[in-house]
Design a protein around this ligand. Structure first.
Ligand code: F6R
Length: 366
């Protein structure tokens, strides 16, 4: 049932091209100009009445929400608030009928996320679930549902569910931007064309797996690791850090590049592995200076950049390149090497990859 792979997690990482393709199927017009979300079927008036978006979720799904904030704010210009489901429920939130409340949940059964959904509904919000399980509690509770078609995810560490959540959320941002007229049609077409290329581009990343294995072998026995990123890469850094923690038990932290010198830089010393994400062109210069800051303290830096970034290679000890893609689709690719790094670090340490200690696949207690 693991299809020749040693673990479900590895199988699910390698299933991402198919999962992404399945999640895209039928949702983009033939000429790549429009998102077709038949399950939503919203009108421009429906979208005009939304004055804020609220996203609640837990864990990896919360990280997908953080990326979606960039997507929706940039492409549809609607303010987005992202909250951890277990925090949202207990803070008497400012949600009303002009709020679009999105919950993201692979399993559709996470109790805090379900409770956040019920709370948003009680306050009058329009509710939308993004989930991977047809007929799940969350899919039944929400007004509308967008399914990710990732197929069953068995490993505790979420991989293909996360990347398909990003795909569904990017489609949603484009859809909202089209309906409220805030999105340039040329940009929409570029994003939609790029989305179709993702499955092929994932395979290019898989070709670099030997380098990732050797980084995992070389640094897998360190006790700490840091992930740095700015803008969308900061959200990717958080997801990379969580993946590493939960399956390899290495203590990892993610920081926004600019926050580093406000405390965390004190922890950077010789040999500490830092994974520096530099896929976002508009914050690139700033990210490079953060990379220089940690290099100056003799950290070992693995830079994650886009193909052809020869400058990045000059400043870091090792590089992982992801194929060139636009700023919105590149984060969907950039997380894949981090999933593989976490997987091989866990293997190096002899950890039980598919069933990490203390964790359950679906958290139905509060
Ligand atoms: C991490 C992981 C968890 C889940 C979280 C939410 O790899 O899998 O952080 O993302 O428990 O689960 P769902 O998406 O089922 O609500």
């Amino acid at each position: 049932e693991k299809g020749g792979y040693e673990h479900f997690m590895l199988k699910e990482i390698y299933e991402q091209p198919k999962a992404i393709r399945d999640t895209l199927t039928g949702r983009i017009s033939k000429d790549n100009t429009e998102v077709v979300y038949e399950e939503l079927n919203w009108t421009p008036d429906d979208v005009a009445s939304i004055n804020r978006v609220l996203i609640t979720a837990c864990g990896t799904a919360y990280h997908a929400g953080l990326v979606a904030k960039y997507y929706i704010e940039q492409l549809a210009r609607i303010p987005v608030e992202v909250d951890i489901a277990s925090e949202y429920r207990y803070r008497n939130p400012l949600t009303d009928k002009n709020t679009l409340a999105i919950v993201i949940s692979q399993s559709g059964e996470t109790s805090d996320t379900l409770a956040a959904l019920k709370e948003a509904k009680r306050l009058g919000a329009r509710t939308l679930a993004i989930t991977n399980v047809v007929g799940s509690s969350i899919s039944r509770e929400a007004d509308q549902v967008i399914y990710t078609w990732a197929g069953p995810e068995i490993a505790v560490a979420s991989t293909k569910a996360y990347t398909t959540q990003l795909v569904a959320l990017l489609l949603l941002a484009v859809y909202l931007g089209q309906l409220n007229g805030k999105l340039d049609s040329g940009l929409a077409q570029r994003i939609l064309t790029d989305l179709h290329k993702l499955p092929t581009l994932c395979h290019e990343i898989f070709e670099g797996v030997d380098d990732i294995k050797s980084f995992a072998r070389n640094y897998g026995f360190r006790e700490d690791a840091f992930f740095l990123g700015r803008s969308i890469d900061y959200a990717v850094a958080m997801e990379g850090s969580l993946k590493l923690k939960e399956i390899s038990y290495i203590h990892a932290e993610a920081y926004a590049g600019g926050e580093l010198k406000h405390g965390t830089l004190a922890l950077i010393e010789e040999g500490v592995p830092v994974i520096g994400l530099a896929t976002q062109e508009d914050v690139r210069e700033k990210m490079m200076s953060n990379i220089k800051e940690v290099k100056a303290r003799d950290a070992v830096v693995i830079g994650v950049g886009v193909d052809g970034d020869t400058e990045l290679a000059k400043y870091v000890d090792h590089t992982i390149f992801v194929p060139k893609a636009d700023k919105y689709t590149v984060p969907i690719l950039a997380v894949i090497p981090l999933q593989l790094l976490a997987y091989y670090a866990a293997i190096t340490r002899g950890a039980d990859v598919d069933k990490p200690r203390n964790l359950a696949k679906s958290v139905t207690v509060e």
